[in-house]
Ligand binder design. Structure first.
Ligand code: NAD
Ligand code: WQD
Length: 334
């Protein structure tokens, strides 16, 4: 299949492009490089020894998107492109609503115009709000605490309505839990600019000595050790989940959790990181972070049953691969 991957130079997109190429699909990437680097596309080709076509465009740009659809006959679109920083979305709601909603509409319209019927969308476990764990796809969407989460819920509704109106469409909405780690080669991974918001990149930078200490946000949650519990999933497992979603797409709209089904606390993750890499991660307990929930993990049984997909890599592999990339990436920068 010829697949358009928007945001394919980004963290999850680049790993998914690797998985798609390894599964024998052809890939065209559209990315404006606002949160990624062109070198990542080269790295994807180094890892897979396969060619990728790259367009540096903004996917909210109707004419630029139209040119790509005119140039290529696609069998499917995987839409990752968008803005994803929760805190920033509170500061810049207009940018988040515009980029995340308009991009989905522009791509859906192009699919309609060029009769492309397969669409896979990056959603997030954040749409479950503070439902009771484990989160199941049949649960109602709860209001999230930030505009970013709202853009995901809204995009899900738009895609669901489009699928209802056009029975030829096959749409897969994938709700990611907490993606971490990097490709086993250490060539691609997560490289946030500035101080990381997320736990794993924060840990790798503390281990590296770039940051002094991890701040653990609260130890008074009703969890195993009082710290927040999340469902961390290796980014290559997540990537392979997209291949399974594309290969098993049927008409209608289908929602899948992509998680491991297992919760890990902040302190458990820190311990696993230290053990996996034989390195210390100094930390201190500080106040809770506003907007955080205590527990978030998936019921991952639907994806297993319908897509034949389950996450295979454990927490140690996630920590080892995240650290390998961090060491490699900084070496490249020196
Ligand atoms: P990322 O920022 O690494 O990747 C997004 C890519 O989209 C970047 O390469 C960026 O340059 C590109 N992009 C942004 N706006 C664009 C635009 N207007 N036109 C073209 N390209 C544009 O983020 P990621 O972590 O790989 O996330 C990918 C998707 O998965 C996003 O939709 C995100 O909301 C979703 N998601 C991420 C997580 C997570 O924890 N990383 C969790 C759940 C859902
Ligand atoms: C994990 C745990 C923190 C940093 C976010 C988005 C979500 C999704 C995934 C996009 C929590 C704790 C963190 C730190 C800490 N993204 N923590 N110290 O908040 O579960 O999810 O990324 O869709 O929408 O909200 O991930 O990695 O930020 O936090 O103690 O410096 O680690 O409190 O318990 P989160 P995270």
């Amino acid at each position: 299949m010829n697949i358009l991957v928007t945001g394919g130079a980004g963290y999850i997109g680049s790993h998914t492009v690797v998985a798609l190429l390894e599964a024998g699909q052809s890939v065209i990437i559209a990315d404006n490089l606002s949160n990624s680097k062109r070198e990542t596309v080269e790295k994807i080709m180094d890892i897979t020894n396969k060619e990728v076509t790259f367009y540096e465009i903004d996917v909210t740009d109707v004419e630029a998107v139209d040119i790509i659809f005119r140039n290529h006959k696609f069998e499917g679109v995987v839409h990752f492109a968008g803005l994803k920083a929760v805190g920033e979305s509170v500061e810049k709601p207009l940018e988040y609503y515009y980029t995340n909603i308009v991009s989905t509409i522009v791509l859906a319209k192009a699919c309609q115009k060029y009769s492309v019927n397969r669409f896979v969308f990056s959603s997030s476990a954040t749409v479950y709000g503070d439902n009771k764990v484990p989160f199941v796809e049949t649960m109602g969407l709860l209001p999230t605490t930030n505009p970013y989460g709202e853009t995901k819920a809204m995009s899900e509704r738009i895609l669901t309505d489009i699928a209802k109106a056009n029975p030829a469409l096959s749409i897969s909405i994938l709700r990611y839990f907490n993606p971490v780690g990097a490709h086993e080669s250490g060539l691609i991974g997560e490289a946030p600019t500035g101080i990381p918001n997320n736990l794993m990149p924060y840990c790798t930078q503390v281990a590296k000595g770039k940051l002094k200490k991890l701040r653990v946000f609260g130890n008074d949650y009703p969890t195993v050790d009082g710290t927040g519990v999340r469902d961390y999933i290796h980014v290559m497992d997540l990537a392979e989940g997209h291949v399974a979603a594309l290969e098993n797409l049927t008409e209608g709209v289908h929602i899948y959790n992509l998680g491991t089904g297992k919760g890990t606390s902040v302190l458990e993750l820190v311990k696993a990181f230290e053990e996996a890499n034989d390195i210390e991660v100094p930390y201190e307990i500080v106040n809770r972070r506003p907007g955080d929930i205590a527990l978030c993990y998936a019921d991952a049984s639907k994806a297993k049953k319908e897509l034949g997909w389950t996450a295979k890599r454990d927490l140690i592999a996630m920590c080892r691969d995240a650290w390998r990339f961090e060491k490699n990436y900084n070496k490249q920068l020196v």
